[in-house]
Design a protein around this ligand. Structure first.
Ligand SMILES: *Cc1c(COP(=O)(O)O)cnc(C)c1O
Length: 951
């Protein structure tokens, strides 16, 4: 069998690791498709008019060994110093048991967002623990399961407060003691929405009548610990809301935001065992009073029941999930920081409230001793009472001391021109304190650990309990928590067990070798605001990765700041907005978006204050060009741009894309191409070449960063040269525009994954990955065609890298819904494809290039068997209600006790696709969604309910 593989050696090991089908399997698959080569298939699939002319060329692909060598060389250019800079980022000790069993464990990091609750009970429980911990620490009723970072959480809190407050004042007050990046991100968010921000001293400058809400930092960025009770009381009197940005570790010792009657609390859980990573990823939290729960952005885990009435977890208010909803979008948070929230929650489970308190006390005591030494040396230290952070007045000595500290291996914070900030952390030891003293000229001072001094403000001491739930009080033996984490992981179906064919989400291989560098200290233990000469390795990596991504996308400049795809959309639209403004066309505020767009698209447009005009889809699923043209003309005066996805969310390369871009440009708009589907384009077609001005890339889709059960992600944006001056800036690195994320480069510690992937694949390998992704999707479409209608193909009957299977015929025939199909797939050992998006009642299947033929065939067998079951129902052979589809998924519980169903246990549990020995057993039966929303419980249920469930 011969077939052409341009520039590609099929026996090259680098590509065989990543690309699922073997050369022989590919030949068989091509035969099924009736084409004689992959080239021929691509020619039938991708319109000639959008193909890139030059092949990607990044030199020869590196072997694993050579790539790691390259990675080491770059890593060594970062200098790992002890950072006492603070500002929301603190060194922390990741308990090795969490490092290995969560962060380095594919069972956790390769999972998807828990939309299918039956196969996600493990991570849902871990995230519920997170919510419970946060709700307890903050003293508020309800907490969500993570936001992107503290600064964006603060911005989200602002818009949430605007929706929730009775006050209709236009102002938002920001405590001047908030971290500078928090202030900057809030301002970026406020400006397009017409919210007026006022930065000042809450005790002097706050006029409650002028604002709908105010945010305070606790402890403040310079160390002050204030009681905000009275200020919040005044806000409430003016019908405005109070928000507190609180350090959760400090809350182990300090009065909670809830006790100050705050309405919302936000913050970062980074110091709960998650490495700083030069800025991320880590999980931000948000908690609020019960009254505001339905306005809360992000994901909320709740408790419901399954078909047997047993307790089961699920994502609550999922219909609300999408607040990302077109018309009423209030936030665009989609991918958040699930994996990091899980780590932080396990840190809480591991230490329990007493352990956390001991860590907080130890940090505080070290800070007190450090301060005493500085006072002995004659320095004036502020404030008088504090938790872990102080500011020292040093006058003209600032430069000398900062340099001396670095010479002693310690980074301190430069505050203004005459002060120095110091924040102690879990890794501050006696030697660290002595090194600081030496930098201040105290060579003779010796650290002693015998007394127990406290300098916490009396008015703010905490005397309320927290984390009282038994989950935080398990036996402290490592055996216990190891098995707990294993048990939870085993409840879930992640990529390490089966393919996850989720359309638009690109669940491809996250190769082990790509993951290794993430936890190297040279990447993990760097403070985001460390001096430039300590982060040269990071800069080299970011520069090289950016250059390669520009090459791949056809753009001229790239911003690594957005830390999710949706964040990239927001950043990209802000960039377009700033461009229009700079040209005196700031009035442009209409954005054309096809109705089939991902929910984050219109949500992001709303966030920059734009009006969304929906464009219809034609019969064949393409953008209706005439409708697009008519609307562009109608809004020509005010056209800001359009947001399109390519290939379309219907999984087809549209011939008309260049025309759509040209129409937009003709009317003065800019083109945003959503890059979520780049897995169908890399090496074949460039968004920047076909008319795009901006795109985001989901590095957690196309470029191998694992999904982590719902985050982390990275959503860098590429832009054409004319937009480059308007990319996000940052208080730490400069730039004219405001920042969209807390850290200058988003979540940089996961960038080595994408870089490693590109180095291992080379240009030809990346292109081959795209081609095989298209092959795999077309193979599934072809094999299932007939049993299911494949919606939306091009004129030649081909799909791009995903296909939409219509299950509505099964409903008409046999009352079998798309949900039944999805749940029955669990019995077969699969995660369901994307359900009912972009078309209700359908499944969107994206196998990716990483799946071998055997796994594709297993999926196909399962889908064909499901179709046969539906036929059996239609013909009356099977009962319409009591059948394997309606009762799916089946659990071990179903098998014990009497069996009274009109089908066998064998049929129930071992349908085609299911493994006999390695069968995946769902831990719960079908979860009742409505019940969970009616009875919203978002913290760990009391132990009695566990007992009930066990009965
Ligand atoms: C995944 C996706 C997004 C959002 O990306 P996040 O990283 O989840 O924020 C946007 N558009 C499309 C088409 C997507 O598939």
């Amino acid at each position: 069998m011969t077939f052409a593989l341009t520039d590609y050696d099929p026996y090259d090991f680098a590509n065989r690791r990543h690309i699922g089908p073997s050369p022989d399997e590919m030949a068989q698959m091509l035969a099924v498709l009736g084409v004689d080569s992959l080239d021929a298939l691509i020619a039938e699939t991708v319109p000639a008019g959008i193909r890139q002319e030059q092949a990607l060329d990044f030199g020869a692909p590196l072997s694993e060994r050579d790539m790691l060598h390259r990675m080491r060389t770059v890593a060594r250019k970062n200098k790992v110093l002890t950072s006492l800079i603070g500002m929301g980022y603190h060194a922390t000790l990741t308990p090795p048991v969490i490092l290995r069993n969560i962060l380095e464990n594919p069972a956790w990091y390769t999972a998807y967002t828990p939309y299918q609750p039956e196969i996600s009970q493990g991570r849902l429980e871990a995230l519920l623990n997170f919510q419970t911990m946060i709700s307890d620490l903050t003293g508020l009723d309800i907490a969500n399961a993570s936001l992107l970072d503290e600064a964006t959480a603060a911005a989200e809190a602002m818009t949430m407060a605007q929706r929730g407050a009775k006050s209709k004042a236009a102002g938002f007050f920001i405590d001047q003691n908030c971290h500078p990046q928090t202030i900057a991100v809030i301002r970026t968010r406020a400006e397009p929405l017409g919210i007026e921000t006022i930065v000042g001293d809450p005790f002097r400058d706050l006029d409650p009548e002028a604002v709908f809400a105010a945010i305070f930092q606790y402890p403040g960025t310079y160390g002050h610990v204030h009681d905000f009770t009275e200020v919040i009381e005044k806000l409430h009197a003016a019908r405005a809301l109070g928000i507190i940005a609180a350090d959760p570790l400090a809350l182990c010792l300090l009065k909670s935001p809830g006790e100050m009657d705050a309405d919302i609390a936000i913050g970062s859980t980074q110091r709960f065992g998650v490495p700083m990573g030069f800025g991320g990823p880590h999980a931000a939290y948000m908690a609020c009073k019960d009254a505001f729960k339905r306005a809360m952005p992000g994901r909320l885990i709740g408790v419901s029941i399954d078909a047997r009435g047993n307790k089961a977890y699920r994502l609550s208010l999922q219909t609300r999930e999408q607040h990302i909803r077109r018309e009423k979008a209030t936030s665009n948070v989609c991918t958040a920081q699930a994996l990091l929230a899980v780590m932080a929650s396990m840190y809480g489970v591991y230490y329990g409230p007493d352990g956390l308190k001991a860590i907080a006390q130890s940090i505080h005591r070290k800070t007190v001793r450090l301060v005493r030494g500085l006072e002995e040396l004659g320095f004036k230290v502020e404030p008088e009472t504090f938790f872990d952070t102080v500011t020292v007045e040093v006058g003209a000595l600032q430069g000398v001391i900062l340099n001396a500290a670095v010479a002693n291996g310690v980074n301190l914070r430069k505050v203004g021109t005459t002060r120095i900030g110091i924040s102690c952390n879990e890794k501050t030891y006696g030697e660290t304190v002595e090194a600081v003293w030496r930098a201040f000229g105290g060579d003779h001072l010796k650290y002693r650990d015998h007394d127990r001094p406290y300098r916490l403000p009396q008015a703010c001491l905490r005397d309320t309990p927290y984390m009282t739930h038994p989950i935080f009080h398990m036996n402290r033996a490592e055996a216990e928590i190891t098995r707990y984490m294993r048990r939870l992981a085993d409840r879930d179906l992640a990529l390490d067990r089966a393919m996850i064919p989720l359309g638009s989400c690109t669940m491809k291989l996250n190769a082990t070798v790509e993951m290794l560098a993430v936890t190297w200290p040279e990447f993990a233990e760097i403070h985001p605001f460390a001096p430039d000469d300590q982060v040269q390795g990071y800069m080299e990596l970011i520069d090289d990765l950016s250059a390669k991504l520009c090459d791949i996308t056809g753009y001229d400049a790239l911003s690594m700041q957005p830390n999710s795809g949706a964040q990239g959309e927001y950043a990209g639209l802000l960039t377009i907005r700033a461009f229009h403004k700079a040209r005196g066309e700031g009035h442009r505020n209409v954005c054309l978006i096809p109705t089939s767009a991902h929910g984050t698209n219109p949500a992001s447009a709303h966030m920059v204050g734009w009006e969304v005009v929906a464009v219809k889809s034609a019969e064949n699923g393409d953008i209706d060009v005439e409708d697009f043209r008519a609307k562009a003309e109608k809004h020509a005066e005010n056209l800001a741009g359009c947001m399109i996805t390519y290939p379309s969310t219907h999984g087809v390369f549209e011939d008309t894309v260049r025309e759509v871009c040209a129409i937009t440009h003709r009317h003065g708009g800019q083109v945003y191409i959503d890059g979520a589907n780049m897995n169908a384009m890399v090496g074949i077609s460039k968004p920047g070449d076909i008319g795009g001005d901006v795109s985001h890339l989901n590095l957690h889709k196309t470029f191998c960063i694992p999904h982590g059960g719902g985050g982390p992600g990275m959503g860098p944006i590429g832009v054409k040269a004319h937009l480059a001056p308007y990319l996000p800036g940052h208080p730490h690195t400069g730039g004219q525009q405001g920042p969209v994320s807390a850290a200058p480069f988003g979540s940089p510690s996961i960038l080595p994954i994408s870089w490693a992937y590109i180095l291992l694949m080379g240009g030809a390998g990346l292109t081959q990955a795209t081609r095989v992704a298209i092959l795999n999707a077309n193979y599934i479409a072809k094999r299932l065609d007939g049993a299911y209608e494949v919606l939306f193909t091009n004129a030649g009957g081909r799909v791009a890298h995903e296909c939409i299977l219509d299950t509505r015929a099964l409903d008409a025939l046999a009352g079998v819904t798309v949900e039944d199909v999805a749940k029955r797939l669990i019995d077969c050992g699969f995660h369901a494809p994307t359900m009912s998006w972009p078309v209700p009642g359908t499944l969107m299947v994206e196998p990716t290039e990483s799946e071998p033929k055997a796994e594709l065939d297993r999926f196909i067998d399962a889908m064909l068997a499901i179709r046969a079951e539906a036929d059996a129902i239609a013909s009356g052979e099977m009962d319409r209600e009591n059948n394997p589809l309606k009762n799916a998924p089946h659990t071990v519980e179903d098998l014990v006790g009497p069996w009274d169903r009109p089908y066998t246990r064998e049929q129930a549990c071992f349908p085609p696709g299911a493994f006999r020995v390695d069968k995946y057993w769902a831990p719960v039966n079908r979860v009742d969604n409505a019940y969970g929303d009616r009875n919203l419980v978002c913290t760990c249920p009391p132990m009695e309910s566990y007992a009930e469930a066990a009965e």
